[in-house]
Design a protein around this ligand. Structure first.
Ligand SMILES: Nc1ncnc2c1ncn2[C@@H]1O[C@H](COP(=O)(O)OP(=O)(O)O)[C@@H](O)[C@H]1O
Ligand SMILES: [Mg+2]
Length: 633
């Protein structure tokens, strides 16, 4: 960091100080001329607080020049990564709202400077120390230690090759993105607590009973059992087949028997039906009569017609006779009224009577002839019934024949099956073999259970022993990690390495005065020894000028190690001239970007040195408010 220019407006005794600075800028002046005000201005600009304000900047309004209501500190800053385009920082302090920092780059209007402000904020404590070296010495050991660890330790450490694997193997979870110092601390904490847990597990661990080696292994037993089971299944299947075949025959025979019985019942029914139907058949004699009667049917029909005619003629004759009879009773002719004689009467009636007698004879003869011919219509009906019965009988006979045939066939089949009876299957041989196999399978199963249990026990035993081995290995690994992350491990190594460098840098500055710094981290101590003497003095007990030089040497180391490469040294007048010129030499040697030295000194003569600027500050007391006047020498 290089401050190219500085402008203090109404800042303490500085009414309007605008100066350009060099790599080594030295402010001279009397006591109270406004030198420390420059230091305070820089502190306010970079850390937003100063020696005389609270940590949060409260009280900054007291730093406004008396009689004014606002002040400002403006600086153009060049950073190493851009040594061409200055950053413009301006801190405004007002009565009302306190202090506020603005930041911009004229070369890049889009630049917001948030990164730069964050960088300054992150390095606030470091900047404090770089602007005022006494500040570090005033810190407590713990605060010194953590400030040093934060800046001196590398942010990234390459751990030993085995470490990451060991951390993973032990199941520790570390945030590898953390800063080295935090990471080591986390590693130590995690490894330590895990080791405690493992130690407890090991303490509680008990060896299980060892398991003797089994003669037969489960795999072989299983294979043998499977073979036996297969044989047994085949036997059982064959046995069942035989039983089934025998049962089938028996069932068939029973079915046939049942069928025959059913058919016989059917036959009986048919037969009784036949008897019923046969009832309608005529006897031979009756059949002949009926057939004969039917043969004379025409004759009988003509005789019946004759009988009818005769009956008609007879009734006509009867009527005639009756009329004549009436006439005979009257005794006279109704027409001629002549009396009718007996002979006359006999002569009239005689033919009628003869006709009637003849008709009666004919009727008798015809009736006799007809009687012989019988009832042909009845015979016709009787014959029809007979024929119907005959048909029925024939049909029933057909059925009967069918049923009889079926019965016959069934009986034949039945006889055949009786002749070839279902032999009771001989399963005994199978039963014996199966029983034997069952026994062997049972034995095999017992052996298998034993073998499986033994194997499980053996596995459990092996797992337990392996678990123990793993525990032991993990314990050993954790032991290693605890040591590695512990105070005497990588941390001590790193601190030694890096502190060594830090200390070396300090000593380069201190050696010009014959001093030596001694920095140690565990346990923490930071002291100084003097030319040729081994005794190390605490910083509290040495002289103010010795402490002052220690502080400057510390600032140089801090400026280098943080890469800020900038420092402010106040009260350099504490040194005698000779010592002071050694200081300048050491500062030049350190190749910082910039060093600003303030010293009470009123000499106006300056050495002819390149890159140096000397300013003389004087306090003008003539006005109401004292004003610092600044002249470049
Ligand atoms: N608010 C202020 N307004 C103006 N001058 C002030 C104010 N506060 C202090 N001063 C003056 O500023 C000067 C302090 O200067 P300082 O930087 O400490 O001097 P030195 O050169 O000794 O380091 C004193 O002369 C003091 O009177
Ligand atoms: Mg001073």
């Amino acid at each position: 960091m290089f401050i190219k220019s500085l402008h203090l407006k109404n800042w303490l005794s500085h009414e309007d100080t605008a100066i350009a600075l060099e790599a080594l800028t030295i402010f001279r002046g009397e006591n109270g001329s406004g030198k420390s005000s420059v230091e305070q201005a820089l502190q306010m600009l970079f850390t937003a607080r100063s020696e005389s304000t609270a940590d949060n900047g409260n009280g900054s309004r007291d730093l406004i020049r008396r009689g004014e209501d606002k002040a400002s500190i403006t600086a153009e800053i060049l950073e190493r990564d851009d040594a061409v385009h200055p950053i413009k920082m301006r801190c405004s302090i007002t009565e009302k709202s306190g202090r506020a920092v603005q930041i911009k780059k004229e070369s890049d209007p889009a630049w917001t400077g948030t990164d730069y402000l964050a960088y300054l904020a992150l390095n606030r404590d470091v900047l404090d120390c770089l602007i005022n070296g006494r500040r570090f010495i005033g810190l407590k050991d713990d605060a010194q230690k953590s400030l040093l660890a934060a800046v001196i330790l590398p942010t990234r450490v390459v751990f030993d090759d085995w470490v990451e694997k060991a951390v993973n193997d032990c199941g520790l979870v570390l945030d590898w993105s953390k800063k080295a110092f935090d990471l080591i601390e986390e590693g130590y904490k995690n490894a330590y607590s895990e080791r405690t847990a493992i130690n407890r597990l090991i303490k509680e661990w008990r060896e299980p009973d060892p398991v003797p080696v089994q003669e037969q292994d489960a795999q072989a037993i299983r294979a043998r059992l499977a073979d036996r089971q297969a044989v047994r299944t085949a036997l059982a299947v064959e046995r069942q087949k035989q039983i089934d075949a025998s049962q089938q025959k028996g069932r068939q025979r029973a079915d046939l028997g049942e069928k025959v019985s059913a058919l016989e019942v059917k036959l009986a029914k048919e037969q009784s039906r036949r008897a019923e139907v046969a009832h309608g058949l005529l006897s031979k004699a009756k059949l002949k009569d009926a057939q004969d009667a039917l043969k004379c049917a025409d004759t009988a029909k003509s005789l019946d017609a004759d009988l009818q005619r005769i009956a008609g003629e007879l009734s006509a004759v009867e009527r005639t006779y009756a009329a004549f009879d009436k006439l005979g009773d009257a005794g006279a002719c109704p027409t001629c009224t002549q009396p009718i004689t007996e002979a006359g009467f006999a002569a009239i009636v005689g033919p009628v009577i003869a006709q009637r007698d003849a008709l009666l004879v004919e009727q008798r003869k015809t009736l006799e002839a007809r009687k012989i011919l019988g009832d042909y219509e009845g015979s016709n009906k009787t014959l029809s019934a007979h024929h119907a019965a005959e048909k029925g009988v024939k049909l029933v006979d057909l059925h009967i024949a069918e049923v009889e045939k079926e019965i016959d066939e069934c009986k034949k089949e039945l006889d055949a099956s009786i002749e070839d009876p279902a032999t009771e299957p001989d399963t005994q041989e199978f039963d014996v073999k199966i029983a034997e196999l069952d026994t062997r399978i049972e034995t095999g199963n017992q052996a298998l259970t034993a073998a499986v249990t033994a194997e499980a026990n053996r596995q459990h035993y092996q797992a337990a022993m392996e678990g123990k081995k793993k525990l032991d290995a993990k314990q050993a690994l954790l032991e290693k990690l605890v040591e590695y992350f512990g105070p005497k491990g990588i941390q001590a190594k790193l601190l030694d390495e890096h502190f060594g460098g830090f200390e070396g840098r300090m000593n380069k500055v201190l050696e010009v005065w014959g001093f030596q710094a001694h920095l140690q981290f565990e346990p923490y101590s930071f002291g100084i020894s003097f030319a040729g003497k081994s005794e190390i003095f605490s910083l509290k007990t040495i002289s103010a000028s010795q402490r002052w030089r220690f502080a400057v040497a510390f600032q140089v180391s801090l400026a280098k190690v943080t890469g800020i490469n900038f420092l402010v040294v106040d009260a350099a007048d504490i040194l005698l001239d000779a010592h002071r010129s050694k200081l300048y030499g050491a500062l030049m040697e350190a190749k910082l970007d910039q060093a600003i030295v303030l010293q009470s000194d009123i000499r106006t003569a300056i050495p002819n040195a390149k890159g140096c600027a000397f300013f003389m500050l004087t306090l003008d007391d003539s006005g109401e408010v004292p004003t610092t006047r600044v002249n470049r020498l």
